[in-house]
Design a protein. Sequence first.
Length: 146
Amino acid sequence: MPGAPVPATASSGGPVESVQFPGQSDLTVYDLIESDEDGAEEILAGAEHARMVANRCQRLQESLEALAATLTDKRVPGVLLGWCTRLIDRAGEVEAKADALAAKLPGASEALKQAGSLAAEYDQHPADVTRDMGHAAPADRTYHQE
């Protein structure tokens, strides 16, 4: 962390300061695991929303195509038919992007769940032991020694 004060160590003879810098939160592995679970659920909800958007775009295209057909049959002058055609194209683009997003998001959700599982598997036990001993962080981790 550039610009952050480096705490003095016991070996330098100076006082040992807290390694918690101002403005940093006290996040733990438990927060990470819970956040991964919540994030995975939110991603799946986003995939469902993307599917809903794709369905609505399909319905919009169908309605606009019917309107364009009516305009053509009635020979309506002006730019309205051109605008309908542009909106049909745009709705198709949005539908394609929403379908692609809905297809990719479940994989992202699964990756996040897996990351949370790995964190729980490898880091939760040392965190539990450390917490039970009354400490905030495991001392043998290199990022706690800096």
